[in-house]
Design a protein around this ligand. Structure first.
Ligand code: FAD
Length: 492
């Protein structure tokens, strides 16, 4: 068996062909110096790699070097590698003569299955819902014969409840890992690198919140399924200032490190439903994220090609401002939703899907920030951020920079949406109902400014036609536009 080179996001046993396969791992310091990552992300990746190496013992050659190339110069034997998860890494390994590249692992639908499905769709839009249903049938997940369990494919309508009036959902705290001596060593190294000026981080150092070993990953999964999955569905789209985690699984970083295979999570969730321990709407919602959204985004990353990341159909060219890239470190942001969400990113390198999409992404969309820069920011600032998952989520889903290839309409929303789906607006200095003047909510005003600025570019989109027409009914639109042009990308 040839030695398997495993990248830092290929750490589970399913990336090897056998328990005794020799392994190569490379810790490249340049990776951390190239970009300004969240401190907790750098910690997580290094800790996970070093834990894996400690587990593998003599089976692994663990090389620490400035670059991959430098490390590979020390390796003369043939290597195999599972397809890496970014265009850059994929190109790199394919140019190396001693490396054989195998199909990707860690996803549910294979590349051939996706290609076959996309081919059958022809010129039709590649809808997530169709992709997901086919995967359910093919994998026999939540099926009763050839019908979906409970008679419905989709429980999204049940899973969009507004938040409860209390400050937390009341679900049990997530399971948290305990740090060990490897974490202490990583923390010392990062401190040293930072002091030497080679490497810089954003965000605060904090307790490690996500699994770095297979054992921790399995623990995190079973704890979520037992204690939090039942509540996952109903408030999936809600946000509460006092509850950073809600009933989300917090498994994205673990899955993206390759420590869990998504089907393991799907199977455990389905078992909970079959045992009557979790309602179907929650289980279906969770399964949809995993075999639907996660795989769909992965395949679209490759399907849309390397230039997709540079799409900019809405001609958004504003730079991402410093208060945002610095995660509001000095607390200048007055809009409570933005300040709360940026605090979450600063403190944990993680917030759940709706703050990413409807607060951070929505604001970037409204203000016309450059998609390439926003993608890079998400990639660096989130513990679960990797190229494959960021490009489609940011360029396509969040910023509509692809002209609607992925999402049928832009996820732009005013303060009313945020007010409905969160408790942020209550304590905010702005009023979501006000468009103009000192109390004008930057999201509400920003929404109309966005529509007006992009009216021509969005003209053919039926799903937004009513909103576009609606702006003409606003008598204060000219004033609003001047106000927002003036506010621009300043901290609101
Ligand atoms: P849960 O809500 O518990 O969902 C379960 C799992 O489903 C997640 O762990 C994740 O693996 C998967 N999933 C759900 N939605 C998506 C999606 N749209 N794309 C891919 N996987 C999905 N997810 C990442 O893994 N890494 C990212 O860097 C990332 N960046 C995002 C940026 C933006 C602008 C947006 C809108 C979404 C992004 N997502 C990303 C998707 C999603 O927000 C996170 O996967 C999720 O919030 C992680 O928290 P969780 O594990 O508690 O997820």
């Amino acid at each position: 068996m040839d030695r398997r080179w495993t990248f830092g996001d290929q750490l589970g046993p399913h990336f090897l062909d056998g328990d005794d396969q020799p392994v190569l791992m490379i810790e490249s310091r340049r990776v951390f110096a190239r970009r300004r990552f969240h401190r907790q992300k750098a910690h997580l990746v290094l800790s996970a790699m070093r834990h894996r190496a400690a587990e593998l013992g003599d089976q692994v050659r663990y090389l620490r070097a400035e670059t991959y190339r430098e490390a590979l110069a020390q390796v003369s034997e043939p290597l195999t590698v599972c397809r890496p998860t970014s265009y850059a890494a994929d190109r790199f390994v394919r140019r190396l003569p001693q490396v054989e590249v195998l199909p990707a692992r860690g996803f549910v639908t294979s590349q051939a299955e996706f290609a076959e499905w996309a081919g059958r769709r022809g010129a039709k839009r590649l809808l997530m819902e169709d992709f997901y249903r086919e995967a359910r049938v093919r994998l026999g997940v939540l099926m009763e014969g050839n019908q979906p369990a409970g008679g419905r494919w989709n429980f999204d309508q049940d899973n969009r409840e507004a938040p409860p009036r209390r400050p937390t959902l009341g679900t049990p705290e997530p399971w948290w890992p305990r740090e060990d001596e490897i974490d202490a060593e990583v923390r010392d190294d990062l401190d040293r690198w930072q002091r030497s000026g080679d490497v810089q981080f954003v965000g605060v150092d904090g307790p490690r919140r996500f699994a770095v070993t297979r054992q921790e990953a399995l623990h995190a999964l079973s704890d979520f399924v037992a204690h939090r999955l039942p509540a996952f569905g109903p408030h999936e789209d809600a946000m509460l200032a006092g509850d950073d985690w809600m009933a989300h699984s917090l498994l994205s970083a673990t899955l993206n490190l390759g420590l869990l295979d998504p089907m393991e999570a799907v199977e455990q969730a389905e078992d909970a439903y079959r045992a009557g321990a979790a309602p179907l709407a929650s289980v279906e919602g969770f399964v949809r994220q995993l075999i639907g959204w996660r795989d769909y985004m992965w395949h679209l990353y490759w399907h849309f090609g390397p230039d997709y990341r540079r799409s900019n159909q809405l001609a958004a060219r504003q730079p991402v401002p410093e208060w945002f890239t610095e995660l509001d470190a000095d607390g200048t942001v007055g809009a409570r939703c933005l300040s709360e969400v940026l605090r979450g990113v600063r403190e944990h390198g993680w917030v759940h899907h709706i703050p990413r999409l409807m607060v951070l992404g929505n604001y970037a969309l409204q203000r016309g920030w450059c998609p390439d820069e926003v993608t890079d920011w998400f990639h660096r600032s989130f513990v679960d951020g990797y190229d494959w998952v960021m490009v489609a989520n940011v360029v396509g889903m969040s910023l509509h920079a692809d002209g609607g290839r992925l999402a049928t309409k832009p996820y732009a929303a005013g303060g009313a949406y945020i007010d409905k789906m969160s408790d942020f607006c209550g304590g905010c200095r702005y009023n979501p109902k006000v468009r103009v003047g000192p109390d004008a909510c930057p999201f509400t005003a920003g929404y109309w400014w966005f529509l007006d600025r992009n009216a021509d570019r969005l003209a053919g989109n039926q799903r937004i036609a009513r909103a576009l027409a609606g702006r003409h009914r606003l008598s204060d639109l000219p004033e609003l536009i001047l106000q927002e042009q003036d506010r621009g990308s300043e901290a609101p």
